[in-house]
Design a protein around this ligand. Structure first.
Ligand SMILES: O=C(O)CCC(=O)C(=O)O
Ligand SMILES: [Fe+2]
Length: 227
C-alpha cells in the first residue's frame, strides 16, 4: 500500500489554495449561507475517491441513522441511504481531508466561524432511496456548523433523480432556493443550522461524500468528540 501522502502537501496540490479561490466561497456563505460549486476538486482526486468508494464492500456500509454513536437512531421513514465514515488511511481520502482542512482554515480566517474539525462519510443511495427534508443541526443542539456534500455519481442524468433540494431558512418561505444535481464533481456547501434540505428519490445508484465542519462545544478538559 502507498504511504499516505502528507496532508499539507496534498492540500497545496489540490487547493483551494491559500490565495483568493476561497474568497468567493466565504463571500457566498456570508451573504447567502450556501454555495454550489460545479467542480472545486481536481478530476484525478474525484476519480481516486470514487474508486476507493466502490472498492469498499457494501457490507461495511451501515444503514444511516439520525445522529452519531450513542445517539444513533435508525429511522427508515426519514432516510434510507447507507454510510461509511472516513479517516485518512486512504491516500485519496487523506488528500480530500487536506483540501477540507484548507477550506476550514480559510473560512475561519474570513468569517471567524471557529470551525474546529471536519467529519465526513461516504453515502450510498441505492435505487429507491431518499433523505426527507431535515436540518443537519439544531441551534444549540449539535456542533455542526457548515455542511458539505461532494457528488461522485458518474454521468448523472436528470432521469436518475436524487437531486438535493435546499429550502429557505424556517419562516422565510417554502419554495426551494436551489436544486442541486448530484453531478460528478459538483459540491454544495451550506450553513447546517439554517437550511432545511432533502434528497429526492434516487433512480440510479448515487455516490457522495457528506461532511460537516464542527465547533468544539466542550467545556474544560472534555474534548469533544472522543475519537
Ligand atoms: O447527499 C446529499 O445531497 C445531502 C445529504 C444530507 O443531507 C445529509 O447526509 O445530511
Ligand atoms: Fe443533511
Amino acid at each position: 500500500m502507498n504511504p499516505p501522502p502528507s496532508t499539507a502537501a496534498e492540500a497545496r496540490e489540490f487547493g483551494p489554495g491559500g490565495g483568493d479561490s476561497l474568497d468567493p466561497i466565504a463571500a457566498a456563505l456570508r451573504e447567502h449561507g450556501y454555495i454550489v460549486l460545479p467542480s472545486p476538486l481536481p478530476p484525478a482526486l474525484l476519480g481516486a475517491l470514487l474508486r476507493h468508494f466502490k472498492s469498499i464492500d457494501r457490507e461495511r456500509f451501515r444503514r444511516a441513522g439520525i445522529g452519531r454513536d450513542e445517539d444513533h437512531q435508525l429511522n427508515r421513514f426519514v432516510r434510507t441511504d447507507e454510510i461509511f465514515w472516513l479517516d485518512k488511511s486512504n491516500p485519496a481520502v487523506s488528500a480530500y481531508l487536506g483540501w477540507a482542512e484548507t477550506l476550514r482554515l480559510g473560512l475561519n480566517r474570513r468569517l471567524f466561524l471557529g470551525l474546529f474539525d471536519y467529519e465526513c462519510h461516504y453515502a450510498y443511495y441505492d435505487r429507491g432511496t431518499y433523505y426527507k427534508k431535515h436540518l443537519d443541526a439544531f441551534k444549540g443542539g449539535t456542533n455542526r456548523v457548515v455542511s458539505t456534500v461532494l457528488y461522485l455519481t458518474p454521468n448523472w442524468q436528470p432521469q436518475d433523480g436524487g437531486e438535493l433540494v435546499i429550502y429557505p431558512p424556517e419562516g422565510s418561505g417554502e419554495e426551494p432556493l436551489v436544486r442541486v444535481a448530484p453531478r460528478f464533481g459538483q459540491m454544495a456547501i451550506f450553513l447546517s443550522e439554517e437550511f432545511p434540505h432533502e434528497v429526492l428519490t434516487v433512480h440510479r445508484p448515487r455516490y457522495s461524500v457528506t461532511g460537516w465542519f464542527r465547533v468544539n462545544n466542550s467545556l474544560g478538559e472534555n474534548i469533544d468528540p472522543a475519537r
